[in-house]
Write a protein that binds this ligand. Structure first.
Ligand code: KG4
Ligand code: ZN
Length: 350
């Protein structure tokens, strides 16, 4: 019997401040190298120009590391996958141009991937994974969306944030508390030893926008709390800091959980996936999972390393797109405001 040639994808993620390259063979991950750029910590947020310069410096060493760890040579690559939006223009351009040039040099196809789509597909890197149709709560530094995924590459945005993304709110509150950047993981860690009922921060349920979100109000409430208690720009006692983090996190998690469960009931879906950096949040994981169980819904959250930006999710998405016949033209440009399910400009299908 003739042996099937394996499909080996090398995929690149450079949409923001993570330079990541992964190698996937026939759906199995062989390597996933993620380099988080530390340079931004000093500035309390991502500095776009510094991000693209760091991507340039890291690109080739990380590709070589990913190939080495996977134990493959460039000649084994079937196709290159790469993110082309949404994200920071300069950052996207570095990875996309490298990916296209590499594909051209190796004479293999290039498969462009939407970063938000890839976050959803991070739920398929390991098993068990959700069954179609399912609802995905995508919560990252730039987005908060409830997406109905009917089948492969068939997405409908049911609701999204009208102002700050959930991750952005975590990062801004962390900054107010002097916790540095990125703030989400630090707030999460401190919240574990705090009392979530210590301070009652508001929950924005937006009666007129059933599946929409708003996180700018809670951010302002934390600011007013700090101002009224003369805590701005001061050293806050450890136990109070933990209580503020726990109370803020509880308010955000409450809204995310209730709106997600309401949408799942409304749509009649039982499987709920969570994706994006904030899906690493321990409060969201436990609260959503326990409340969903009471309503007979199953919750899927990727392992921690696939929640924040990573090449593995780009590789998995590129693999599925490759099998479905998607190929991108080498004229594919970076699209910073690309939305989910948007038709790919300059790409050929088939
Ligand atoms: O998906 P991601 O890596 O990048 C974007 O596409 O935005 O998400 C990054 C966001 C940041 O805002 C970060 O603070 C947040 O995810 N984040 C967390 C946690 N880990 C990362 N937020 C809350 N709790 C966490 N454990
Ligand atoms: Zn992301």
């Amino acid at each position: 019997m003739k042996k099937m040639t394996p499909v080996t994808i090398l995929a690149i993620e450079t949409s923001c401040d993570e330079t990541s390259v992964a190698v996937l063979r026939d759906g199995t991950l062989l390597s996933n190298i993620v380099s988080s750029q530390l340079v931004h910590d000093t500035y309390g947020g991502v500095v776009p120009e510094l991000a693209s310069r760091a991507h340039q410096k890291l690109m080739i060493p990380i590709v070589n590391e990913a190939l080495g760890k996977a134990g493959i040579s460039p000649a084994d690559i079937t196709a290159i996958g790469g993110v082309y939006g949404p994200g920071l223009m300069g950052s996207l351009l570095v990875g996309l141009n490298f990916g296209k040039a590499y594909a051209y040099a190796l004479n293999v196809p290039f498969v462009g991937v939407n970063h938000m789509e890839a976050h959803i597909y991070s739920n398929f890197i390991t098993t068990p994974s959700p069954e179609f149709p399912f609802l995905c709560l995508t919560v990252s530094g730039g987005h908060t969306q409830l997406v109905l995924v009917r089948r492969d590459f068939d997405f409908e945005i049911i609701g999204e944030t009208r102002d700050d993304a959930a991750g952005e709110a975590f990062d801004k509150v962390a900054k107010m508390l002097g916790l540095g950047y990125p703030g989400g993981p630090r707030v999460d860690k401190l919240a574990k030893s705090g009392n979530p009922a210590a301070i009652r921060f508001p929950r924005s349920f937006l009666p007129g926008d059933r599946f929409g979100f708003s996180f700018s109000g809670i951010k302002t409430s934390v600011l007013y709390y700090l101002r009224d208690h003369r805590l701005l720009n001061t050293q806050i006692a450890d136990s109070l800091l933990a209580d503020i983090c726990a109370s803020f996190q509880a308010a955000v998690v409450d809204v995310l959980t209730e709106k997600t469960l309401d949408a799942a009931a409304f749509l009649g879906v039982q499987d709920i996936a969570v994706a994006g950096g904030v899906s690493a949040n321990s409060g969201l994981r436990t609260t959503l999972t326990s409340r969903a169980a009471k309503r007979n819904c199953r919750v899927f959250v990727p392992p921690f390393e696939y929640c924040t930006d990573n090449g593995a999710m780009i590789a998995l998405t590129a693999y599925r797109k490759y099998l479905a016949g998607y190929r991108s033209a080498l004229s594919q440009t970076a699209i910073p405001y690309l939305s989910l399910g948007e038709v790919i400009e300059g790409a050929a299908h088939g």
